[in-house]
Design a protein around this ligand. Structure first.
Ligand code: FES
Length: 90
């Protein structure tokens, strides 16, 4: 199981958090990983930058723009699910 948290604090919200969440929802559906991914909003993560702050598992990604989300999802979620079985098996 991989937890994804998208900051919906006022700064991130203004910078497109809603679009980021929508894209993540679409990607989760499209790749059929709904059972393996939790997606939720979060309060300010105190990393307000020029884009949206997202936490994927233990990793914080700052300054994310909607157009970067598919690549980030592929790298941080799909490859993790494919390689580690979701529980960090290395
Ligand atoms: S509002 Fe998102 S990190 Fe502060």
């Amino acid at each position: 199981m991989i937890a994804i948290e998208v900051c919906v604090g006022s700064s991130c919200f203004l910078r497109g958090a809603e679009a980021v969440i929508r894209i993540l929802q679409e990607l989760v559906e499209r790749h059929g990983v709904k059972a393996e991914v939790t997606l939720r909003g979060s309060f300010c993560m105190e990393s307000c930058t020029q884009g949206v702050t997202i936490r994927i598992g233990p990793h914080l990604h700052r300054g994310v723009f909607p157009e970067q989300v598919p690549a980030l999802f592929a790298r941080e979620v799909l490859s993790e699910l494919a390689g580690g079985g979701g529980e960090g098996g290395r």
